[in-house]
Design a binder for this molecule. Structure first.
Ligand SMILES: *[C@@H]1O[C@H](CO)[C@@H](O)[C@H](O)[C@H]1NC(C)=O
Ligand SMILES: *[C@@H]1O[C@H](CO)[C@@H](O)[C@H](O)[C@H]1NC(C)=O
Ligand SMILES: *[C@@H]1O[C@H](CO)[C@@H](O)[C@H](O)[C@H]1NC(C)=O
Ligand SMILES: *[C@@H]1O[C@H](CO)[C@@H](O)[C@H](O)[C@H]1NC(C)=O
Ligand SMILES: *[C@@H]1O[C@H](CO)[C@@H](O)[C@H](O)[C@H]1NC(C)=O
Ligand SMILES: *[C@@H]1O[C@H](CO)[C@@H](O)[C@H](O)[C@H]1NC(C)=O
Ligand SMILES: *[C@@H]1O[C@H](CO)[C@@H](O)[C@H](O)[C@H]1NC(C)=O
Ligand SMILES: *[C@@H]1O[C@H](CO)[C@@H](O)[C@H](O)[C@H]1NC(C)=O
Ligand SMILES: *[C@@H]1O[C@H](CO)[C@@H](O)[C@H](O)[C@H]1NC(C)=O
Length: 840
């Protein structure tokens, strides 16, 4: 009998002699204690618990760690994930060798054991720490013999490291469960690949599925959402001993976890006690362009591309399989244009901005080179295809060079790096002409001269402005010169609010005199119309930039706090389907918001206008519908905040030069805490006809009230009629009711805007009508979320049948509000005050 068998026997004996008192919470066990099924270890500050559990509908028993304080059992770590215990006979013990083992019914062969290599048998203690780490210590010395954090399952907890020990080659990474009911090792993993310029990858099986990319200073190149903040304290290590990432958390009352689930999605969520729910914080992959190699080699995936197809070839490349490419299958990727040589033949580089740099598994890194040397380095080697900075800083340092095909490049709107792609001399000249990307020597000279001139001009203007100020005259408008803006701010008479310190917005601050000059002193001829809470003016700054100014009524319901919130809120919102705010002004009683000016005005001026309707063919309308849906989706879930717009309507959708829709007017928007599902207000604001029943009647609003408004808007776009309009054929009904009646009778096609002519595929339009009807259903829970809407708009999946919509009947005594007042005119519906704002 060898010693391990001997010790097993002893252990088996102990099992029958000793029992843990199950109601006493202790955080550790030693060699003479056991944990049997039903016993629970609780960490010292009661954050985590360890014991036997059965996941989902499984009857099998596993030893795992879960949150002690979270009522819905949330497993964060599993010991015997691939070797479950049948029945409740399992025990966890420290065996005679000092290692941790789990036994099933058979007490001689362990089902699972922690791999501890000890030269001689030692006494040890296993302890559940407050971080959720289950650690085996050597008694006396506090030396860690083994720890659960080295063997993560599908959850990354704060202070857990994933990555590589470069000396032992031991790699820690997340692996998904097999299914909700089986925590066994699944086939998705989330791990750091040390090759080339190290990257974090999500793999499905062995194939890369999503690439978080390389560490570029303070974030992963493929996670633009990751910004340094006061809650997470991220430390990335890359030295000769170690390559790892750890997310710390500064406030340990927050429960935050990152889970890799069976479908290959990593999601960070936090526990919200008020709603008793895990709320999603971030997840990936989310977009088509996140899928690894979506567009094949040497291409760029641009989800924001004006044309719908997201794949484009990198400069100097053309589609490999033209036919597939035009059928919008980009997976074949791109190849060098025919007959082009980029070797020792006058080649250069074209800059591709705001991208996630390509897969760098085979790239080379030299952190000591600057960008210029990097370019030279790349030019020297004919097989170097591209280069970029290793850090995400403007003019930052470090040099990454790529050899061979460039895989998995994608564009971001507001983040990303500059990638310099090698092209031949002809291509180079072509791009230089467009004055973008890598410039010729002549171009550089021109730029240099221009910048010197601009520099002197700035100095001159600054000098002049100081002089003017000394004379006590009005300052000229300087806002467009970033360098002088701060000086300007400090002296600004707008800073009247003593506790203005709360308004630390990233948005520029405008002076009242600047705005006044731009709008010809708010002249009537410059008045564009009426938004919620005040008139909107068109203006031209002295720099030539066109702006739209929303001047909030002095006695408007929008208080100082709300105004500040709006400024702070919108500063954080960046989306191509939202109107961009350029700045704001607060002075005395005046509060103003300055937006980009959109020449094509609002959607209602097109769809409800008999002649202008014709500009919008079906393809154009569909693009507009998509754009609006994406904008709302961004507000609801993709921005860092959850925002309910509350006043979506045709007049609040503006159109830019290319007829891209942009959602405007956040005067009534509400920020929802990430935990909030629904809110109640006793002041219902919004526009009659677009308001969902629960909002108009009970003041209850949620993302689903925006979905309702979107549904109404969708019907208006398809039919070219106002929801509140009059129908000779159905005089008691509004548009929603009218369409519903026709739909039920299978005659929905009769309502399609006749000015669309024959330009549309009927099935596509009917599908949109069906989606609209799903959005306006009476019961909140029946309505789809915006993400559902966006996905069904984009595919042909079967749709459910819509149920009865809310608000079928027209309000008989509806009187429209006076457009010159904002919140003043109130119509009462069941004691609820209702702001009616006339369409602009
Ligand atoms: C548990 O039961 C399954 C079948 O139900 C069997 O295949 C497996 O070997 C059993 N495991 C143990 C450890 O007894
Ligand atoms: C312990 O090591 C063995 C062999 O190296 C391995 O098969 C087993 O999975 C390891 N156990 C754990 C819990 O890591
Ligand atoms: C373990 O601890 C016990 C009690 O402290 C002691 O009797 C025993 O000799 C120790 N065993 C070893 C291997 O150190
Ligand atoms: C090991 O140390 C713990 C305290 O750290 C103690 O409670 C336990 O009795 C010790 N076990 C042995 C076997 O010495
Ligand atoms: C992952 O596992 C599931 C179920 O076991 C299987 O259907 C799927 O094909 C696997 N995927 C890969 C990429 O291996
Ligand atoms: C953040 O992490 C670093 C390194 O791990 C540590 O030195 C620092 O104290 C941490 N800061 C906070 C606030 O926890
Ligand atoms: C994985 O997470 C995503 C996002 O939260 C979710 O949509 C999906 O249903 C999850 N998959 C599974 C199998 O739980
Ligand atoms: C160019 O780079 C490739 C790939 O790294 C390398 O194999 C080759 O030796 C380099 N050639 C020169 C001339 O440096
Ligand atoms: C050139 O660059 C400007 C901004 O720098 C950009 O707006 C424009 O679209 C670019 N043009 C081309 C052809 O890439």
């Amino acid at each position: 009998m060898n010693s391990s068998q001997y010790w097993s026997k002893i252990t088996a004996l102990l099992i029958f002699l000793l029992h843990l008192p199950s109601c006493i919470s202790i955080d550790s066990i030693t060699s003479n204690q056991i944990i049997k099924d039903g016993d629970v270890l609780v960490s010292s500050r009661k954050r985590f618990a360890l014991g036997f559990f059965s996941p989902g509908n499984s009857g099998k028993r596993y030893v795992g760690v879960w949150y002690n304080k979270v009522p819905e059992q949330t497993i964060v770590w599993v010991a015997n994930r691939d070797n479950p215990v049948n029945g409740t006979s399992g025990v966890l013990v420290i065996d005679g060798d000092g290692g941790l083992v789990i036994y099933g019914k058979d007490r001689t062969i362990p089902l699972w054991s922690a791999n501890v290599t000890l030269s001689s048998p030692k006494n040890s203690t296993a302890k559940l720490l407050d971080t959720g780490n289950f650690v085996l210590f050597q008694n006396g010395s506090q030396r860690v013999l083994w720890e659960g954090f080295d063997y993560p399952s599908n959850t990354m907890l704060p202070f857990m490291k994933i990555g590589l020990n470069r000396r032992s080659r031991f790699n820690r990474f997340l692996t998904s469960w097999k299914s909700q009911d089986d925590p066994g090792t699944g086939n998705c993993s989330y791990r750091i690949d040390p090759n080339g310029f190290p990257q974090l990858f999500l793999y499905k099986g062995r194939a890369p599925w999503w690439r978080a990319g390389s560490w570029i200073g303070h974030r992963w190149s493929g996670v633009p959402e990751m910004t340094p903040n006061f809650i997470f304290n991220v430390s990335f290590l890359n030295n000769q001993d170690e390559l790892s990432i750890m997310y710390g958390i500064t406030d340990d009352s927050i429960f935050s976890r990152m889970v890799l689930n069976e479908s290959g999605i990593v999601e960070r969520s936090t526990w919200h006690d008020q709603v008793h729910q895990w709320i999603k914080f971030w997840s990936a992959p989310v977009e088509l362009c996140d899928n690894y190699g979506k567009c094949g080699p040497n291409s760029n995936c641009d989800p924001y591309h004006a044309d719908k197809f997201e794949c484009t070839c990198l400069p100097g490349f053309e589609p490999k399989l033209l036919r597939e490419w035009y059928l919008r299958d980009g997976s074949g990727g791109c190849v060098r244009k025919k007959g082009v040589s980029v070797c020792q033949n006058g080649e250069g580089f074209v800059k591709v901005s705001l991208v996630k740099a390509p897969d760098s598994s085979t790239a080379r890194v030299n952190l000591n080179l600057g960008l210029k040397e990097c370019e030279e380095e790349c030019l020297r080697n004919c097989s170097c295809m591209a280069y970029s900075n290793a850090y995400d800083l403007q003019g930052g340092n470090g040099c990454v060079t790529w050899y061979g095909d460039l895989m998995d490049t994608r564009t971001y709107t507001n983040a990303g790096q500059d990638l310099y792609v090698r092209v031949d001399s002809i291509e180079l000249a072509k791009y230089a002409k467009k004055s973008n990307g890598s410039l010729s020597k002549k171009g550089k000279l021109a730029i240099a001269i221009t910048s010197i001139l601009v520099f002197f001009l700035v100095i001159f203007i600054a000098y002049w402005s100081v002089k003017m100020k000394r004379k006590g005259k009005e300052r000229p408008n300087l806002f467009s010169f970033g360098a002088t803006r701060s000086i300007y701010l400090e002296n600004s008479p707008c800073r009247t609010d003593p506790d203005d310190s709360g308004l630390k917005s990233d948005l520029p601050f405008f002076d009242l005199s600047t705005i006044s000059a731009a709008t010809k002193n708010f002249s009537n001829s410059n008045r564009l119309g009426e938004g919620g809470f005040g008139p909107v003016y068109r203006g031209v700054l002295s720099t030539g930039t066109e702006i739209a100014v929303k001047r909030l009524c002095k006695n408007s319901g929008q208080g100082n706090e709300e105004f500040k919130n709006e400024v702070l809120l919108i500063a954080k919102l960046q989306h191509r389907n939202l109107v961009r705010m350029l700045g704001y002004c607060v002075q005395d009683e005046e509060k103003m918001l300055i937006y980009e000016y959109l020449p094509n005005k609002s959607l209602d001026s097109f769809i409800f206008n008999e002649t202008k309707k014709a500009f919008l063919d079906w393809a154009r309308r569909l693009e507009i519908i998509f754009g609006i849906a994406r904008g709302i989706l961004y507000l609801h879930q993709d921005s860092r905040l959850r925002i309910i717009h509350r006043d979506l309507k045709a007049s609040n959708v503006l159109l830019d030069y290319d007829m891209n829709p942009k959602i405007a007017d956040f005067g009534m928007a509400r920020i929802f805490g990430a935990n909030q599902i629904e809110a109640n207000t006793n002041r219902v604001v919004g526009t009659y006809g677009y308001m969902s029943p629960e909002y108009a009647m009970e003041g209850l609003f949620s993302v689903k009230s925006d979905v309702y408004s979107f549904g109404v808007l969708l019907l208006e776009i398809i039919t070219g009629r106002k929801n509140t309009g009059y129908y000779y054929d159905n005089p008691d009904s509004n548009l929603v009711g009218h369409v519903w009646d026709l739909w039920k009778e299978g005659r929905a096609s009769e309502i399609i805007d006749t000015s669309l002519g024959e330009s549309y595929p009927i099935s596509e339009v009917l599908r949109c009508i069906q989606i609209a009807l799903l959005c306006v259903q009476e019961y909140v829970d029946d309505r789809p979320t915006m993400s559902k809407v966006v996905s069904v708009l984009g595919n042909d999946a079967a749709l459910p049948s819509p149920r009865k919509p809310g608000f079928l009947l027209k309000r008989s005594n509806y009187t429209s509000g006076d457009p010159s007042t904002s919140t003043g005119d109130a119509n009462s519906i069941n004691y609820v005050t209702c702001t009616i704002v006339e369409a602009r």
